[in-house]
Design a protein around this ligand. Structure first.
Ligand code: H2U
Ligand code: ZN
Length: 401
């Protein structure tokens, strides 16, 4: 019997974190009688008088938003990190009760005054403004903090507190654990190979073309070889070494806006819902990191800026993946979508997302049917119900309750 990555349990190495991921492709066939999520409401008003983030409204802490007409940034009223905590550290007996203060700053960033927008439903020029906002914020906070984490929780399912298009920035005086792992791996790779890990990896994926979801002259969105979440993607520069978001030039910024639009529209169209996700940017730590825990230098030469996109949906707009049990107690376990005869499970995911829908119909149907389990299997495949368009989000249609 020969090894078939679309059928046989195996593990994959996450080159970026140095951890192994368990891949069990056959598990996508299991029936689901568990929790179904409420579908996202697609009909938000353009302005919601009860929204804490809409222009002119009062926030939960009592502050009033200005009547902003592009983007708006404010200090999080319920910040997880504060800049003025008194320094303190202690270990306790046998270093069993260690604790220390952490200083930082948290901000909320509104992408648009329009309550009903999402990044997928914004014009490329508006998305570009958001990219510029990420850059400006990273530059500003990077002067004071070792690590600046730009991220977005999109949708109730991923814990977003509000549908208004917004993200967050947490910046702090040290590197978080996930970032320390990536820092070590990228540092080691550039030392032994002479080129940054993600520069080499992006080139490999660009040549193989199996896991590329969207691409343009400057960016690639790929399903990483080591993906754990069902429709996980990694956004990486395609053309050159770019350590941080703040290093993008104008063309790269415009291209990133275009790529985000194309990727997020594909996500929305896949299950005909406003696709939930957690997305965030990783790049070289700022110079302040030289003094931060576990870091000797900024590590800039090994770092390539990238975004992780982690969507929770598994087989339809209402069935999500839970990271519980073995994933909590053992190691991260991927249960990627599977298509019969497909060489590797994550390739089917890339297929489902990236092919132009008019051309891909036969393949898309097989993916949609194959990944979605018994209940959906009896439905007419999505692609057959509506002629779909790659770049325009269609009005959401939901799974019947
Ligand atoms: P999330 O949707 O990802 O939770 O981000 C919204 C953030 O906005 C959240 O961290 C903050 C919350 O603390 N917030 C305010 O600072 N003021 C408000 O009036 C509402 C929400
Ligand atoms: Zn709003």
């Amino acid at each position: 019997m020969n090894f078939d990555p679309g059928e046989h349990p195996h593990q994959r190495f996450n080159a970026l974190t140095g951890e192994w991921v368990l891949v069990s492709p056959h598990r996508s066939k299991r029936p689901w009688q568990g929790r179904r999520e409420a579908p996202t409401s697609g009909d938000a008003p353009t302005y919601d008088p009860a929204c804490y983030l809409c222009p002119g409204n009062e926030r939960a802490g009592g502050a009033v938003n200005p009547p902003y007409d592009e983007t708006f940034v404010f200090v999080n009223d319920f910040a997880a990190l504060k800049p003025d905590v008194p320094p303190h550290s202690e270990d306790g007996p046998n270093a069993l009760l260690r604790q220390e203060t952490v200083q930082g700053e948290c901000r909320v960033i509104c992408y648009s005054p329009r309550h009903d927008r999402t990044l997928a439903r914004m014009q490329p020029a508006e998305i570009e403004r958001t990219v510029r906002l990420w850059q400006d914020q990273a530059r500003d906070l990077g002067e004071r903090w070792a690590w600046v984490q730009v991220f977005e929780n999109r949708g109730e399912m991923m814990g977003a507190s509000n549908p208004h298009p917004h993200g967050q920035i947490w910046s702090l005086d040290r590197m978080p654990a996930e970032v320390v792992k990536e820092d070590r791996r990228q540092r080691a790779f550039v030392q032994s190979h002479g080129e940054p890990l993600l520069v080499v990896y992006a080139e490999l994926e660009r040549q193989r073309r199996e896991r590329v979801v969207v691409e343009n002259d400057h960016w690639l969105a790929i399903v990483p070889f080591w993906a754990v979440w069902p429709f996980e993607t990694l956004i990486v520069p395609a053309a050159r070494h770019i350590p941080r978001l703040t290093d993008l030039d104008g063309a790269e910024r415009a291209a990133l806006a275009a790529l985000l639009k194309a990727l997020l529209v594909r996500y929305d169209n896949l299950f005909e819902t406003s696709f939930p996700y957690s997305m965030g940017w990783h790049g070289a730590p700022f110079p302040g990191a030289e003094h931060a825990v576990g870091v000797q230098d900024g590590g800039e030469h090994g770092w390539q800026v990238h975004a992780h996109v982690y969507p929770p949906l598994l087989r339809s707009a209402t069935v999500r993946k839970f990271m519980v049990g073995f994933e909590m107690l053992g190691r991260a376990a991927a249960r990627p979508h599977r298509r019969a005869g497909c060489r590797a499970p994550e390739v089917a995911v890339g297929d489902a997302l990236h092919r132009p829908l008019s051309r891909r119909q036969p393949r898309n149907v097989s993916v949609a049917v194959d990944v979605s389990g018994a209940r959906i299997r009896s439905e007419q495949p999505l692609a057959a119900r509506h002629p779909r368009h790659d770049t325009v989000p269609r009005p959401y249609a939901y799974d019947p309750p």
